[in-house]
Design a binder for this molecule. Structure first.
Ligand SMILES: [Zn+2]
Length: 326
């Protein structure tokens, strides 16, 4: 049964809608746990069910809670990006541009969807790329515009910049925020020239830290999930595993070039008690172990738009190891 609209503590109203898997449209799913509201240790968001699609392994919430206003606009860029290191992101932008140039032979046109403050594009611009960004939240885009980057303030669905052609599209930490990732990847595929590249990084919902986090909740007799954050920052509404991401890419006209699973930094809130301190240290150790055994926290992936001479790209596989996630 679908409940009525609900308000989260930050004042956002959420409308529930029963949707099937956002990746493969199957409706069978395994219940993972509750997330948000009274199923969050600081009471953030509203209570939702996190489920995992039985068919493709995608994580999503059911019912899906859709915001009636832009929830990101409740936060300043400093609050929202508190875990992001701007200088490091600029360096990653340079590395992504260099990698793409190695594959394509020259700098070209690069578009970033959900460019936030634009640091990745700044880095790419310094390497000679023509850069463009789409960002839904004006407060986030202001910084990018101050750096002279052309940014269209629009939702991904309405962005006119996607009607142009690009050599590279960056989807860095964005796909997990979109309720319909397939729709966006189809648009990105159309916006890429033949042989164009897409770079994606998303959290790995099947990582060792997620699996142990859920088991830890059961151990504490809490039917909670640590996957996703559908109704509170950073608003991860759709979750991928490596298998699921490959499925998404091949079904939208891409060939996966390289895919790796790096460790991400520990983003647990500052500990307030001894128990929380133990949790923080434990998670850090699990994150190291996860990346060591191939179950890291993130998925970083380069994919090539299909109907291109793929063999030319395959010779360069293995180069991705230097490139970290944003
Ligand atoms: Zn599915």
């Amino acid at each position: 049964m679908i409940s009525s609209n609900q308000a989260s503590p930050d004042g956002v109203i959420w409308r529930p809608e029963d949707r099937p898997c956002p990746v493969c449209r199957a409706s069978e799913a395994i219940w993972i746990g509750f997330r948000g509201g009274d199923a969050h240790r600081h009471g953030k968001g509203v209570r939702t069910n996190v489920v995992c699609c039985s068919s493709c392994g995608c994580f999503y919430s059911r019912p899906t809670f859709l915001p009636l206003s832009n929830p990101y606009s409740k936060y300043s860029s400093e609050e929202y990006f508190q875990w992001h290191d701007s200088q490091q992101k600029r360096i990653i932008g340079e590395e992504l541009a260099t990698f793409a140039e190695t594959l394509q032979g020259h700098p070209g046109r690069m578009l970033e969807i959900g460019c936030g403050r634009g640091e990745l594009l700044e880095g790419a611009k310094s390497k000679g790329w023509s850069v463009f960004g789409v960002e839904m939240t004006p407060e986030f885009a202001r910084k990018a515009k101050d750096e002279g980057i052309e940014v269209e303030i629009a939702s991904v669905q309405k962005a006119t910049l996607l009607e142009n052609r690009y050599d590279v599209v960056l989807l860095s930490a964005i796909l997990e925020h979109l309720y319909d990732p397939i729709e966006i990847l189809v648009k990105v595929r159309r916006a890429l020239r033949r042989g164009g590249l897409v770079f994606i990084d998303v959290p790995n919902e099947g990582s060792l830290s997620m699996r142990i986090g859920n088991a830890y909740m059961r151990l504490r007799r809490r039917p909670w999930s640590v996957n996703l954050s559908p109704t509170f920052p950073p608003y991860h509404v759709v979750g991928f595993t490596p298998r699921c991401l490959r499925h998404v890419l091949t079904s939208t006209g891409f060939k996966v070039h390289t895919l790796r699973l790096p460790r991400w930094q520990n983003n647990l809130p500052p500990f307030r008690s001894f128990a929380e301190r133990i949790e923080f240290v434990g998670l850090t150790l699990i994150q190291y172990l996860g990346s060591w055994i191939g179950m890291g926290d993130g998925i970083c992936c380069w994919a090539v738009a299909n109907d291109t001479p793929i063999a030319a790209y395959d010779t360069l596989s293995g180069m991705e190891s230097r490139h970290a996630a944003g």
